[in-house]
Design a protein around this ligand. Structure first.
Ligand SMILES: *Cc1c(COP(=O)(O)O)cnc(C)c1O
Length: 555
């Protein structure tokens, strides 16, 4: 077992004697008895343990207090200042300490050796109560991640604290949201945000871009590897910007885009009249079949042959069924359109193999990185090699200045996370949970758009039960179940009221929820929607919901 050892001048001599007794020590200084600053050595030893270069750390100063304070600032470090062998053992067993701090003035050599032996040989106790307590130690209700703000800016701190509390206590079923990993959030908040980096890795308009070049190159390479794409541009600030980049790279204002109508599940940036896309381009909407509420590929083909669009856009924000990309490719080939797939909603299912990938078929694939893909809030474009240059110049200098390199680094982390085998299970579980929840609602007599779901979301027709989507969502919100109102195909209500709600399972699945809980939540949704003015029932379910999610802590 490898031990990283460090001391200041007060612990210098004891360190030398411990190193003589324990051959596996690697010395992180100090290297002479001159007066020095203990945090410098604590930093190096803590990093060695945090990185996994050492199994344990030992830090020594006169009292051990400064060293333990310094080491405990590091994430992943638990440094214990011990005076007795029993304390050293329990610090490891119960608290999972990984650095032993020793006060040289207070500790006999023999006690120091015995403490280190006890520390290293004790097994970390895996009894549930200790695991739970250590989890709390690590995260301190997630408040420890940003406690510095409480004094620096109490108002912003309060907003973040409220979001933490909301995530901890509510059931988030917003289909376009997820719960990003701590690693993703760390990169997103990192110093990489300080760098201006107009251009691309190796060809920047600013000096000093080597670190961000490394991050962006990783993100590009990993995106290509994860999705099997020729080329990736990871700079778009959001999904709408990713779509804009493709339009800019390929067509002229006034050209025709054939895309799914917004009120049937399309997205603003697919040609809504209030969006740049609808203002700049000639948008022709296609629709789902009135009976099946599914895409009708034959009708789409006929329309495409009449319209001859420059771009045929597939992809949606509220479509609960799989999309047949092969069929859309055939239509594009026939009518001569560029095939653009916006997989913003299903990117995680694609990455995890729970939905067929559009990448082999499409000329361009755009996405957000924060929905089922579970990364930072941002955009992504993948394309065939022949379009790489046009795409890159459309993003920069075409439509953006400096990229958000902190967010790009977080995207790189997200892509790597998806290469881990457990993410395949996650993607499959998102769909299983969605089917289970959908069935629970459907079994209680609610009409589900298209009769069910193949992916991470389903749409409930609440109008059929005499309420608007707006009122249904508000009633659920009172019970701590968060969904959004949504238009359903051929909706007769205004987009502000709507006839439906959209329900998604990406976020709760990240927290570890399985089909049994998903079905239970579905039952609650049915309970509330069967009696939306029953405030007492909403209160009761809110308490039960909070209890349920408490068992599935946010990562
Ligand atoms: C969410 C979404 C986008 C983009 O969203 P931004 O808010 O701009 O990041 C684009 N297309 C579809 C289909 C979406 O669902």
């Amino acid at each position: 077992m490898k031990i990283a050892i460090g001391a200041d001048h007060g612990g210098f001599e004891l360190k030398a004697r411990i190193m003589a007794a324990f051959k596996d020590c690697k010395d992180y200084g100090c290297f002479d008895p001159e007066a020095c600053d203990y945090p410098d050595y604590a930093d190096d030893v803590a990093m060695a343990v945090a990185k996994g270069d050492a199994d344990f750390g030992v830090l020594i100063c006169r009292t051990g207090i400064g060293m333990s304070m310094a080491a405990n600032r590091f994430q992943g470090i638990r440094a214990a200042l011990c005076r007795t062998v029993a304390e050293a053992e329990i610090a490891r067993r119960h608290n999972g300490a990984n650095i032993l701090c020793i006060g040289a003035d207070e500790t006999e050599d023999k006690v120091a050796y015995d403490m280190l032996n006890a520390f290293m040989s004790a097994q970390v106790d895996e009894a549930t109560r200790h695991v739970v307590r250590r989890g709390k130690l690590e995260r301190a209700k997630r408040l420890s991640d940003f406690s510095l703000l409480a004094k620096e800016d109490a108002e912003v701190w309060a907003a973040i604290k409220d979001q933490v509390e909301q995530e901890d206590t509510e059931i988030n079923l917003i289909a376009s949201e997820n719960t990003s990993s701590r690693a993703v959030r760390l990169a997103a908040g990192s110093v990489l945000m300080n760098k201006y980096a107009e251009g691309y890795p190796g060809k920047r308009w600013y000096s000093g871009c080597l670190p961000v070049d490394a991050a962006e190159e990783l993100a590009r390479k990993r995106a290509c590897e994860l999705f099997g794409a020729d080329h990736a541009n990871v700079q778009p600030h959001c999904g709408s910007a990713a779509n804009m980049a493709v339009y800019l790279a390929t067509i002229k204002p006034g050209d025709t885009i054939l895309s799914l109508s917004l009120d049937q599940g399309g997205h603003l940036s697919h040609g809504s009249p209030v969006n740049f896309s609808g203002k700049l381009y000639n948008i022709v909407p296609y629709t789902v079949n009135r009976e099946t509420e599914c895409l009708d590929y034959d009708a789409l083909e006929q329309q495409a042959m009449e319209v001859k669009p420059k771009i045929l856009l597939a992809g949606a924000s509220a479509y609960p069924r799989t999309i047949d990309f092969k069929r859309i490719r055939e239509i594009c080939d026939k009518c001569g359109a560029i095939m653009l797939v916006d997989m913003a909603h299903i990117a995680g299912l694609v990455a995890g193999g729970a939905h067929e990938s559009p990448v082999p078929y499409a000329d361009f694939v755009t996405s957000t990185t924060h929905k089922t893909l579970r990364g930072p809030r941002g955009g992504l474009v993948l394309c065939k090699e022949q379009y790489a240059k046009a795409l890159d110049s459309a993003v920069f200098p075409g439509m953006q200045g400096g990229p958000l390199e902190n967010i790009i680094a977080a995207k790189a982390i997200c892509f790597r996370e998806w290469m881990q085998p457990e993410m395949k299970e996650y993607a499959a579980q998102v769909v299983k949970n969605c089917k289970a929840m959908c069935k629970a609602v459907q079994d209680r007599g609610f009409r589900i758009v298209s009769g069910g779901t193949d992916n991470h979301l389903f749409l409930v027709d609440v109008k059929q039960k005499g309420m608007t989507g707006k009122d249904a969502a508000a009633a659920l919100d009172n019970a701590g179940i968060v969904v959004n109102k949504n238009t359903i195909p051929y909706d007769t209500e205004s987009p502000f009221k709507t006839s439906g709600i959209r329900v998604g399972t990406a976020s709760i699945t990240t927290r570890g929820v399985k089909e049994a809980e998903a079905a239970k939540i579905g039952g609650w949704i049915a309970d509330i929607l069967s009696d939306i003015t029953n405030v007492e029932l909403q209160q009761k379910i809110k308490a039960e919901a909070a209890k349920l999610v408490a068992g599935f802590p946010v990562p």
